[in-house]
Every structure is written in structure tokens, then in C-alpha cells.
Design a protein around this ligand. Structure first.
Ligand code: FAD
Length: 265
């Protein structure tokens, strides 16, 4: 199928994007890697597309003592290629490299991926494990939220009318912290059937594991002993009820692999 007719505009001011979003049936487009297929299938029928991919405020980054602010329109490929300071001791480029294939990574953006909120998206699981945040800007001002709270369900976020993802805040990871990540995919370039992510910073007192691609929001367990496995089944049952036995086992095994493969950063 082909998309319904729509107007198309490159937006050059963040405030105008917010105003247009609140007003009518307009939709943002960044890399179009997820929205494109939805338009073609007529699952989305916006009257207008507002292209934010060249908006300077969304294309930059800023490093600080405690982390990195990544503009929402920074692409997966730019992260993969190390064009941003790496405050994560290799974690961000590594996860970026595992997203789809290069053509998708050249266009797809970190903000678009989080806003789309596909449960199987890599940034959703990875940033939930690292304790990343989204910076949201809207007609009424700005706010920050943890990624794990921002994604409230499958393809469903806490974004309000007239609000967009302006940036993603990635915490600086301490030397000696551990990270593990494992995706269960049938073939490279596919969205995962299950994702396991683990982050441990013993000095800072953080131990966090994530089961992603469960069909809803990421399942996050936090606190001492989170890696041990006690509580994983219960958390999955509570947060992702209705999974069949095979899927349940796949998620548990995928997280177990992520823990086994975790490495000191
Ligand atoms: C073949 C294929 C394989 C893929 N495999 C993977 C994979 O393995 N792992 C993975 O994580 N992803 C995968 N993806 C998805 C890819 O990473 C997309 O880039 C990403 O999901 C969306 O980013 P985008 O910039 O293209 O967003 P778009 O498609 O432009 O937009 C997606 C949605 O987000 C909204 N939006 C965009 N930017 C913002 C913003 N700043 N604020 C608020 N709303 C916004 C749009 O209105 C739209 O609703 C795959 C995609 C394809 C086509």
C-alpha cells in the first residue's frame, strides 16, 4: 500500500514543532525507519509530517561530569561510529552496532526509537538498565523522566500533547562497573524476540537487570542480588502476564546469558 496524502515540512524551530503538535493532526518524523512502514500500511494517517531530523537543537550533544546529553535526532550510526564522547566505556557504540543493519542505523535516531517505544527496541532496554533519562520539551516547558518510566507499554509513552523528546541523558559509567547485553534474534537485523540487559556498579550501589521485548514496558529489577535470578519469574509474571511457556523461558534464559556475558567496563 501507499501512504495517504500528507503535507511535509522541515521544522527549524523546536517551539514551533511543539505548537504544531498540540494543534492538529501532525506527526513528527525523524529517521522515518519506523514511521515510514506505518504510513505505507496506513496505520498512521497524519495530515502533516514535521521533519525534525535537521533541527540543530536535536542534533548536538553536551558532556558533563555526570554524563552525556544526546540530542534526540542523533542517529544510531553516529553513536556507533564514536562521533560522540563515550561516557559509557563502549556500551553505547556496542549496542548501536547491534541495531538492525547499517542502512537503518544511518537514518534511525535515538529519540525516534524511544518515542516509538517498540518493546523490542534496543535503546529502551539498554537505557533502562543504565538508568538513562529522556528530556522532554513541550508547550508548557520541559521535564525529565527515567526511560523505564517513559515507556509505559507497547508503542505507548508518557509523552503529552505538544511534547517531544528533545534529548537523552546517559549517565557516565564508572570504571569497574559491569554491563551485559544479549539479544535473542533469529537473524541479524531483526528486532529481538527477547533482550537481557544487566548493569552493576558496586561502588555506586547499583545492580539492575532488564528483560526487554516482552511485549510491554521493560521489566526492570533493581537492588542487591538482582542478578541472582530470584524474583525474575515473578517479575515477568507480574509485568508481562500472558506470555506462553516458550516465551517465558526465552526471556529468562536471555537475561541469564546477559548476566553470564557481562564484562567489567
Ligand atoms: C528493518 C528494520 C529493522 C530494525 N531493527 C531494529 C533493531 O534491531 N533494534 C532497534 O532498536 N530498532 C530497530 N529498528 C527500528 C529503528 O531503530 C528506528 O530507527 C527507530 O525505531 C525509530 O527511529 P526513527 O528516527 O526512524 O523514528 P521515526 O520512524 O521517524 O519516528 C518513529 C515515531 O517516533 C516519533 N518521533 C520521532 N522522533 C521523535 C521525537 N524526537 N520526539 C517525539 N516523537 C518522535 C514519530 O512521530 C513516530 O511516531 C528497525 C527498523 C527497521 C526498518
Amino acid at each position: 500500500m501507499k501512504p495517504c496524502a500528507f503535507d511535509y515540512e522541515h521544522i527549524d524551530e523546536l517551539s514551533r514543532a511543539c505548537a504544531e503538535l498540540q494543534g492538529g493532526n501532525a506527526r513528527l518524523v525523524a529517521g522515518a525507519q519506523s514511521l515510514g512502514p506505518m504510513l505505507n500500511l496506513r496505520l498512521a494517517r497524519p495530515a502533516a509530517l514535521l521533519d525534525i531530523s535537521r533541527l540543530p537543537e536535536l542534533r548536538g550533544f553536551a558532556e558533563s561530569d555526570d554524563g552525556l546529553l544526546v540530542g534526540a535526532a542523533v542517529t544510531h550510526a553516529e553513536i556507533e561510529d564514536g562521533l560522540l564522547p563515550d561516557v559509557t566505556r563502549g556500551v553505547l557504540p556496542r549496542v548501536a552496532r547491534g541495531i538492525a543493519y547499517r542502512a537503518v542505523r544511518n537514518r534511525g535516531t535515538i529519540g525516534g526509537s524511544l518515542a516509538h517505544a517498540d518493546p523490542a527496541a534496543d535503546w529502551v532496554s539498554c537505557l533502562s538498565a543504565l538508568g538513562g533519562e529522556v528530556v522532554l520539551v513541550g508547550v508548557d516547558g520541559g521535564r525529565r523522566m527515567r526511560v523505564r518510566d517513559f515507556v509505559v507499554g507497547a508503542f505507548h509513552t508518557a509523552l503529552r500533547a505538544g511534547e517531544l523528546v528533545a534529548a537523552v541523558r546517559v549517565p557516565r559509567l564508572a570504571p569497574g562497573s559491569r554491563f551485559g547485553y544479549f539479544k535473542a534474534c533469529r537473524k541479524t537485523g531483526e528486532l529481538a524476540h527477547a533482550i537481557g540487559a544487566v548493569f552493576v556498579d558496586s561502588e555506586g550501589g547499583t545492580e539492575r537487570v532488564v528483560m526487554g521485548a516482552t511485549g510491554g514496558r521493560p521489566v526492570v529489577l533493581e537492588g542487591e542480588g538482582a542478578m541472582a535470578g530470584t524474583g525474575w519469574e515473578e517479575a515477568l509474571e507480574t509485568s508481562a502476564p500472558g506470555l506462553d511457556e516458550l516465551d517465558r523461558r526465552l526471556h529468562l534464559e536471555t537475561l541469564r546469558r546477559a548476566c553470564e556475558l557481562s564484562e567489567t567496563l
